[in-house]
Design a protein around this ligand. Structure first.
Ligand SMILES: Cc1c2[nH]c(c1CCC(=O)O)Cc1[nH]c(c(CCC(=O)O)c1C)Cc1[nH]c(c(CCC(=O)O)c1C)Cc1[nH]c(c(C)c1CCC(=O)O)C2
Length: 341
């Protein structure tokens, strides 16, 4: 069997040097991405065109010695596949026609969501064939609560108030929405593994702003159901959870969802790792703005993160996605420091 350092780390094996990938590593900070993006009418078309999505996935690995490629797609392909209208507007981010308590029952009824997502699965197969054997291929989906915040609110929001209130006012419709997202996500992730993904990441980007009761029902339960559902069909499937903003709920997320490894955001104190089992692989938690600033602000923090996680399986990553303003030389510097000290 070929040794893939990043996959091995997710499975709990500590490496001499932590492997590295970068959240949102394919994207607008790369001129070669912007060039391809400029030629496509809309963002989802890029996600559904295997030639282009494969190319864009591989772009960051041509520049940097990263240990993994992450499938180029988006968490919002799921609502799109369920028949909700999803658009990406310039400078505005995603815009969806919000679901209502009444419309939720109709989601996914018109067409098999996996059929809609077939081009994304074709991209996974092409990536599998194209990648060097030591590189890990990461698949992903959005976690149900995070995807639901967009489906209910119609766009991103800083406090997710629309979705939080909807869950309180329409508990049954909200539970039905989580159910359809859990089921579709399980099918989608199993299909990604079958197409060649080594690991998948559950992006729970909006795990913040929830009281602990809501955290249990909106975050822990659906993520646990996805982990169990995927593993029932792909035994021991390696899964990274990234509950951004989980703060005081992080230890419960780690203990109760069954994920192999956990991503931690940059607001989580490095010392918090002391509250988590030493065997739990951690991923994170560099502030993406340190990668914009560079210099000592970057170098010193890299050292602090390496020191804090030296005694456990560690995957180097940011504490959230790389931002478009990031200078490419700073990314090169980060990867070089991880590989060559
Ligand atoms: C919340 C979320 C989304 N998408 C994603 C998340 C979870 C991670 C996070 O919290 O950052 C995840 C995502 N989005 C994208 C990827 C694939 C590739 C990669 O990670 O390199 C992944 C893993 C491509 C993308 N998804 C998007 C772009 C930019 C679109 C463009 O080029 O016009 C890319 C490269 C668009 C997108 N997609 C989304 C938003 C809010 C936006 C607009 C704002 C933004 O650009 O970050 C939803």
């Amino acid at each position: 069997m070929t040794h893939k350092p990043l996959l091995a780390t997710v499975l709990g094996e500590k490496q001499k040097r932590p492997p590295i990938w970068i959240m949102r590593q394919a994207g607008r900070y790369l001129p070669e991405y912007r060039e391809i993006r400029a030629k496509t009418k809309n963002f989802l078309e890029l996600c559904y065109t295997p030639d282009l999505a494969t190319e864009v996935t591989l772009q960051p690995l041509r520049r940097f010695d990263l240990d993994a490629a992450i499938l180029f797609s988006d968490i919002l392909v799921i609502p799109d596949a369920l028949g909700q209208s999803v658009r990406f507007e310039q400078g505005e981010g995603p815009v969806l026609d919000p679901v209502s308590a009444e419309s939720i029952a109709g989601l996914g009824m018109k067409k098999d969501p996996l059929e809609h997502l077939a081009p994304v699965l074709e991209t996974v197969r092409r990536l599998r064939a194209a990648l060097a054997p030591e590189k890990t291929l990461i698949g992903f989906c959005g976690s149900p609560w995070t995807v639901a915040t967009y489906m209910i609110g119609g766009r991103g929001s800083s406090d997710q108030a629309a979705a939080r209130l909807f869950a309180l006012r329409h508990p049954e419709a909200f539970a039905a929405l989580l159910d359809v997202l859990v089921e579709t996500s399980i099918n989608y992730l199993v299909a990604q593994f079958e197409a060649g993904a080594d690991v998948v990441q559950l992006f729970e980007s909006w795990a913040l702003n929830l009281d602990d009761q809501a955290f249990t029902s909106h975050v822990i339960e659906p993520n646990r159901r996805i982990v169990d559902g995927v593993r029932a069909r792909v035994p021991n499937a390696p899964i990274i959870g990234f509950p951004r903003g989980a703060a005081g709920n992080l230890a419960r997320y780690a203990a109760e969802t069954g994920v192999n490894a956990m991503g931690i955001d940059y607001a989580t104190p490095l010392s918090f790792a002391g509250n988590l089992p030493k065997t739990l692989p951690l991923q994170g938690n560099l502030d993406p703005l340190r990668l914009v600033a560079g210099g000592r602000q970057l170098d010193d923090r890299i050292d602090a993160i390496l020191a804090a996680f030296a005694d456990r399986p560690h995957i180097f990553n940011l504490g959230h996605g790389i931002v478009p303003e990031t200078p490419i030389e700073h990314v090169a510097r980060l990867v070089d420091r991880l590989k060559n000290g």
